[in-house]
Design a protein around this ligand. Structure first.
Ligand code: ADP
Ligand code: MG
Length: 303
């Protein structure tokens, strides 16, 4: 890894990680997240800063794995993914993949990273700059996408997944590795992540999932996704700069005038999912009398 990337001074101990798991467990059971120092609600995981008062680590809890072998497969996929991205020249935040025993035969997976300075996070960096002039962060992100996206590997390049550290874009989201076999099928066991979705949409997502993920095998989609999601983070003033940087490198250019409609369609889906998750959580608890395993934020950025 390049010099200058933030590193963990020491790995989190199993005792500390167990305390994280217990704190998240309390939040899951009470819907009260105030005990947690939530640094970000993402699409599939929640980034929890630990220790809460002044965090050293970020702990991202993955959905429970049915057995140790399933966790081991996921851990191997993430570490191969990080190695592949690094080889192609993409900088990745130091990431440790840690197992914790869960109830019955299940295992809980955590991805642990050093806490990054909030001022270095992509959205904050852009917010502090002038959209008209463009930003080297954008060039570095687009270069990273072009460097690693080759049909067998992809990357989630949304602005929320990058930090700007020592003059380069550094990716912090390797939770769901975009890796494909020779026929373009994702290697990630999406069933594990589909458990996080509301019951009502699981069957359709299980069917549609591989095709949805396959879109990131091509840089044009990845960069379209980066550009359109700037609406979500209220950074739409940056869309022209992102589209310009992307179109310099793409064979088939992105049409800026299509982005708003594309985003609105996507956002509608996420808002619906968010509402269904709240209903699913209620159902799991009341009728099934079991824990809903995913922290659902009170509101969604897509609304
Ligand atoms: N190492 C980190 N340091 C500081 N903030 C982080 C770190 N990792 C993640 N975050 C914050 O948490 C958010 C969600 O994390 P991310 O890994 O992108 O999860 P998801 O896969 O669910 O999108 C990020 O967009 C960022 O704002
Ligand atoms: Mg993310």
């Amino acid at each position: 890894m390049a010099m200058g990337l933030p590193r963990m001074n020491h790995p989190i101990s199993d005792d500390q990680l167990t305390m994280v798991e217990e704190a998240i467990g309390r939040a899951l059971d009470t819907d009260d997240h105030t005990e947690l120092n939530v640094l970000g609600y993402g699409e599939v995981s929640v980034a929890v800063g630990w220790p809460s008062p002044s965090p050293v680590w970020v702990c991202k809890r993955m959905p429970p794995f049915p057995d140790r072998a399933a966790f081991d497969r996921y851990a191997a996929l993430v570490s191969d993914y990080i190695a592949t991205l690094t080889r192609s020249g993409v900088a990745i935040v130091e990431t440790e993949i840690r197992p914790l025993p869960g109830p019955d035969d299940t295992w809980i997976g955590y991805l642990v990273q050093p806490v990054l300075n909030p001022a270095t996070l992509g959205p904050d960096v852009l917010r502090a700059a002038e959209p008209g002039a463009g930003h080297p962060l954008i060039d570095s992100i687009v270069d990273s996408v072009m460097a690693c996206t080759d049909g067998r590997t992809g990357i989630d390049a949304q602005i929320t997944n990058w930090a700007w550290i020592e003059g380069r874009a550094v990716n912090l989201d390797v939770n769901t590795p975009f890796v494909y076999d020779e026929s373009g099928r994702p290697l990630l066991d999406i069933d594990i992540f589909i458990g996080a979705l509301p019951w009502a949409v699981r069957a359709t997502q299980r069917r549609a999932g591989p095709k949805i993920i396959a879109r990131w095998a091509k840089p044009r989609w990845t960069l379209t996704d980066l550009a359109m999601n700037l609406y979500k983070d209220h950074l739409e003033d940056w869309i022209p700069a992102v589209v310009a940087a992307a179109n310099e490198r793409l064979d088939e250019p992105i049409d800026e005038s299509e982005l708003k409609a594309l985003y609105d369609k996507e956002a509608k889906l996420w808002v619906k999912l968010h509402r269904l998750k709240q209903i699913d959580r209620w159902w799991q608890r009341k009728a099934r009398r079991r824990r809903y395993e995913f922290l659902v934020p009170a509101t969604t950025n897509y609304a």
